[in-house]
Design a protein. Structure first.
Length: 574
């Protein structure tokens, strides 16, 4: 049954009606009690009352077949059309947080302006219509103030550039979510993700070396156990160029499943090792077919006396990834790149970089097509979590940029450091932290939050002995330069974990991240009382509470303490 049907059945019991004449009289009487003069107009068979209230221009629309009235607060704010991206962003923020009110905008092409309006639905009962309407309009004034305050705050921060806050937030959010995934706690690790592309197909042998970090890799052959090539033995000389697509290709159609064993030699003295490879269909779309790739290297036998106990090679090593087989040709890929690159060069030359994608921003200063292509596809694969495939392009671009670094302009040097960061991130996702740290350390002079966050994560995960001093130094620097000097207003000034610091959102998130890393390091070196002290403070902070609960539970398992024992009164050593 519809809501309007319920009201039609019970108009007397509830004091409500869908009769337009009755509701019009109720609105007129209510506005008269509020000392507001209204003017009624016809609009497509419905009635609209225009009136002013506390210097605001309002409209009430009486609609057919519903007891609800539409209340509108029109033109409460006006700004230039060049700020439309900011307007959209603040509208979305407001509408996500408001209970009933909605903020909308309209454009005025003649004046090149954007006008803001608020609207909501109200249900007037004759007994308390005045109170209901007054409260609804006061709520609209509150949202007007909130909108204007937030919009002008963002406008001052954006300067004169037309910034797309939503697009930047998506990019920032994506990278921060990946960084947060790498911020390990004392819990099982997640699985590796990868999705190779077909522009320059990544050979199976190269993929194995990347994912397992084998110093020496000599393939001896592949036995195909299931799939289109079932029963086929692929000789050693064909393995280096063999791709996953070839294992799945059955006369032009990709099979749903493939199982194979790869035999190889590594840097041990033993003749042969075995890797089991499994591919199974995992959905898809018009552009790509997806497969779950799982590879396991069989451990060395315990009968070998020269294999140390606890060595990684006498334990099974397994990785699992989602890989994509694209359904477009190499020519289509290259044509796509050239179109996007040409567009990026033209916009950069004209000084119009507002509409550039992340990939285009990375190549807009590059005039060498080969280098630009590596940067473009490397960044795009990185954005799609295709880390192994991204490395194929990014490492080639890195060596080209490195050879010409001393001749670069500042904008091109920025691209070089971005490539270093992307390469480090890719290696970190594949848990090759030593390689990742090398590239990320090159970005240290830039002192960017994302770069430093990734570097700290890698050093923590790798067990680098320098990381605790680095984390303490960064925490101390933030507290020195951002302290408000008043610890009594922690909650207001710190914003959920700032601890008396005057921090904007990004810096506050970084500060909280460093504190969580500090706790993790304290637990690793068995400084449990200090860790508990920090964790109990974090329980009150929304951003850190989940982490604190999990780590306290972990501490309770490995080092039980009764509530109120020595941890509560201990002083932190930093």
């Amino acid at each position: 049954m519809k809501l309007t049907d319920i009201f039609k059945r019970q108009p007397k019991a509830e004091g409500l009606t869908t009769d337009m004449k009755v509701r019009e009289r109720l609105v007129t009487r209510t506005l008269t009690l509020m000392n507001c003069d209204c003017r009624w107009e016809d609009d497509n068979g419905e009635r609209v009352a225009a009136f002013d209230y506390q210097n605001g221009h309002f409209r009430i629309r009486v609609e057919k077949d519903t007891p609800y009235l539409r209340l509108m607060y029109l033109f409460f704010y006006t700004t230039q059309a060049e700020h439309l991206n900011l307007v959209r962003h603040v509208c979305n923020q407001s509408n996500l947080n408001s209970e009933c009110e909605r903020i909308v905008y309209s454009t005025n092409a003649e004046k090149n302006e954007v006008d803001l309006h608020a609207m909501t639905g109200v249900l007037l009962h004759p007994d308390y219509a005045r109170e209901t309407l007054a409260r609804a309009m006061q709520n609209m004034f509150s949202w007007q103030n909130a909108f204007v305050r937030r919009f002008e705050e963002l406008l001052r921060g954006a300067g004169k550039e037309s910034t797309d806050i939503e697009a930047d937030a998506v990019k920032w959010g994506h990278e921060m979510s990946l960084l947060r995934e790498m911020e390990i706690a004392h819990q099982p690790e997640g699985e590796l993700r990868d999705a190779p592309d077909s522009v320059q197909p990544l050979a199976l042998a190269a993929l194995v070396q990347r994912l397992f970090d084998l110093n020496t890799f000599h393939p001896l052959g592949i036995e195909v156990l299931d799939g289109p090539l079932r029963g086929t033995d692929i000789p050693a000389d064909q393995v280096p160029t063999l791709t996953l697509r070839q294992l799945l290709d059955g006369q032009g159609t990709l099979a749903r499943r493939c199982v194979a064993t790869l035999h190889f030699q590594d840097d041990t003295k033993h003749a042969r090792r075995t890797l089991l490879l499994m591919l199974s269909e995992h959905g898809g779309d018009d552009q790509s077919s997806y497969y779950r790739l799982t590879m396991t290297i069989e451990p060395l036998s315990a009968r070998y006396h020269d294999v140390p106990f606890g060595w990684s090679k006498n334990q099974a090593q397994t990785v699992s990834a989602l890989v994509a087989m694209d359904r477009v040709t190499d020519k289509q890929r290259v044509d796509e790149f050239r179109y996007m690159w040409k567009e990026a060069l033209e916009k950069a030359k004209a000084g119009d970089t507002e509409g550039l994608t992340d990939e285009q921003k990375l190549v807009c200063e590059i005039v060498d097509e080969s280098l630009a292509k590596d940067l473009y596809f490397g960044r795009r694969h990185f954005s799609n979590n295709c880390f192994a495939e991204a490395l194929t392009y990014l490492e080639h671009a890195y060596h080209q940029l490195l050879s010409r670094f001393k001749y670069m302009k500042n904008a091109q040097k920025e691209q070089f450091f971005e490539v270093c960061y992307l390469i480090g991130f890719c290696y970190a996702e594949m848990k090759q932290y030593d390689r990742a740290i090398y590239y990320l350390e090159l970005t240290t002079p830039l002192r960017r939050i994302t770069y430093t966050t990734e570097q700290v994560n890698c050093m923590v995960n790798y067990g680098d002995i320098r990381v605790e001093d680095m984390v303490d130094g960064l925490i101390g620097e933030l507290e020195l330069h951002h302290s408000d000097g008043d610890d009594d207003d922690d909650d207001e000034e710190g914003g959920g974990g700032g601890g008396g610091l005057m921090l904007d959102a990004n810096v506050r998130n970084f500060y909280n991240f460093l504190r969580r890393r500090k706790v993790y390091l304290l637990i690793e070196r068995e400084s449990y009382p200090y860790a508990r002290k920090l964790l109990k403070d974090m329980l009150k902070e929304p951003e850190n509470s989940d982490f604190a609960i999990n780590e306290l539970a972990y501490l309770q398992r490995i080092d039980p303490r009764k509530e109120g024992e020595q941890d509560d009164d201990i002083e932190l050593p930093f």
